[in-house]
Design a protein. Sequence first.
Length: 133
Amino acid sequence: MHFDRTAQWIIAIIVPIVLTLAGCGGTRPEGSDATKAGPVVTTALDAWKRGEPPDSLLNAPSPIRVIDHEWQTGWSLIDYKLEGTSAPSGPNIQQPVALELKNPKGKEIKKSVMYRVNTGTPSVITRDDLDGE
C-alpha cells in the first residue's frame, strides 16, 4: 500500500492524538511511598499481636488490607522485628520482617518473611515466606 505525503502526515499527527484520547498509553501508576511502608507494616503486625483479625484494619482511619495466610488461619503473632531497609519493587515497597509465631496447635516457629506493601488507599500488604514452613 502506498501513501502520499499528506496521508503520511495525517497518520503521523492524528493517530497519536486518537490513541491518547482513547486511553492508550495512559499514565503509569504512582509508586508506593517508602516512608509510609514501615509504619503500615508495624500497624498491621501490632494488630495481629493484639489478637485482632486481619480484616479489622479495613475500617481504620487509614485502612489496611492484609493478605497473610497464617494470620488468616488462626496463627498467633508472638513478636516481630522489621529487618533491613525497605526497598522499591515495582509499584510496591518490600519490607523484610522476622516473625515469631505460634501455630493453632501451640508450636512456636521463627521465620523470615517479605511483606510487599502498596501504600495506596487502602494500603495493601501481602506476604512471601523467605524461609521456614
